[in-house]
Write a protein that binds this ligand. Structure first.
Ligand code: PGA
Length: 252
């Protein structure tokens, strides 16, 4: 089955309001008309409305990088999925390794966040991936199995259609150490197989699975040509329009 490619820039806690607007406009201006590749940017919360305005009328999708699992309440400093949607987001990233490992977000919490986003019909990029020590202990598949089993628990196949999985080996994020195409493809095939076991072959065949971790213009094409790699979640290289657009266009 042919699946569209999805390339998303994760700006993390970088950019100023002005540079964010300029970057978003430059990305939109650099897209090739008629391309089937979908393009998104996950932007810092305070810039969401400015970036949404900057790319209005273009195919660039704007997303949040995290959300709370409650609809509203006394949660100082937090943002709900509904607020992101109201601000113009068309997706939210949940479970990024910097949230899992830097902020101690575990599988059960992430499952609640995922359900909260889907409850307001906000599509999700759900990140999974193993630490270096886990890969070295040949625990990669066990870790992915756990993250998917708990993370996706209680979702219907219909809800899964609003979820993209991003496979991001933690040791490859921001390190310049990209997974080999074989390592990435093997993990993606495992993820698709696991999703097939939970939600059925049809849902798994439609699922988009992005690779993330040191994706650059010079390694993107080889990764994107793997049968189970449907796109990329790009950190560092997404902060410059040229390097991000080179990845967007890497697939031809
Ligand atoms: P990187 O980040 O491309 O800088 O490795 C990827 C990510 O954190 O999603």
């Amino acid at each position: 089955m042919s699946r569209p490619k999805l390339i998303v820039g994760n700006w993390k806690m970088f950019t100023t309001r002005q540079s964010a607007v300029e970057l978003a406009k430059a990305v939109a201006a650099g897209l090739k008309p008629g391309s089937t590749t979908r393009v998104g940017v996950a932007v810092p919360g305070p810039w969401i409305t400015s970036v949404v305005e900057a790319v209005a009328g273009t195919p660039v999708e704007v997303g949040g990088q995290n959300c709370h699992f409650e609809k509203e309440g006394a949660f100082t400093g937090e943002t709900s999925a509904g607020m992101l949607k109201d601000a113009g987001c068309s997706f939210v990233v949940i479970g990024h390794s910097e949230r899992r490992h830097g902020f101690g977000e575990g599988d059960e919490l992430l499952n609640k966040k995922l359900k909260a986003a889907l409850a307001v019909d906000l599509p999700v990029i759900f990140c999974v991936g193993e630490l270096l020590a886990e890969r070295e202990a040949t625990q990669t598949e066990a870790v992915l199995d756990r993250q998917l089993t708990h993370g996706l628990a209680g979702l219907t196949a219909e809800q899964l259609a609003r979820v993209v999985i991003a496979y991001e080996p933690v040791w490859a994020i921001g390190t310049g150490k990209v997974a080999t195409t074989e390592q990435a493809q093997a993990a993606h095939a495992f993820i698709r197989g696991k999703v097939a076991a939970i939600f059925g072959e049809n849902a798994a065949a439609k699922l988009l699975i992005q690779y993330g971790g040191s994706v650059k213009a010079d390694n993107a094409a080889a990764l994107l040509h793997q049968p189970d790699i449907d796109g990329a979640l790009v950190g560092g290289a997404s902060l410059k329009a040229d390097s991000f657009l080179a990845i967007v266009h890497a697939d031809g």
